[in-house]
Ligand binder design. Sequence first.
Ligand code: HEM
Length: 142
Amino acid sequence: MKRTLLYLALICGAMAASVATAQTDPALYKALGENAGITSLTVDFVARLKADTRFGDMFKKTNSQNLSDRLAEQFCVLSGGSCKYTGADMKSAHSSLDITKGNFNALVEDLQAAMDAKNIPFSAQNQLLAKLAPMHRDIITQ
Ligand code: HEM
């Protein structure tokens, strides 16, 4: 009985340690450059969105600092960093914007260009994009 309890304690400890490791040492989060890398990526990404004429006025009134901060939180969570996303859910954030598939693809292109500019490895770029792709269901409404 004592032995069983000891094993249980050891297994729980190992599980807790592996969860802690997963949150603090994830490969994708590291490949994106951790908090500093992700923040500089989203600042550049938002600047590209604002400058991209394909979006017309869509980002004209957008507060760049807020969008960049929310995106940084989101990318951090998605890549396995220990952050918290504090923004609106994707459906509510985009429901009134009439976003098309073309808009979505253009945004992905700008994100790829921003990741290239930061020399983020291609495999990490693809991993992040794969995590973002399913969000199209909540974002594209046209
Ligand atoms: C995977 C794709 C996308 C992600 C992860 C994403 C993420 C976000 C996030 C985190 C916010 C901030 C929400 C908040 O402030 O609480 C936001 C807002 C916004 N998004 Fe997206 N978005 C995506 C696609 C798009 C597309 C395709 C467009 C249109 C071209 C778009 C246009 C906007 C606009 C206009 C805002 C509001 C900015 C403001 O004025 O505050 N998003 N998005």
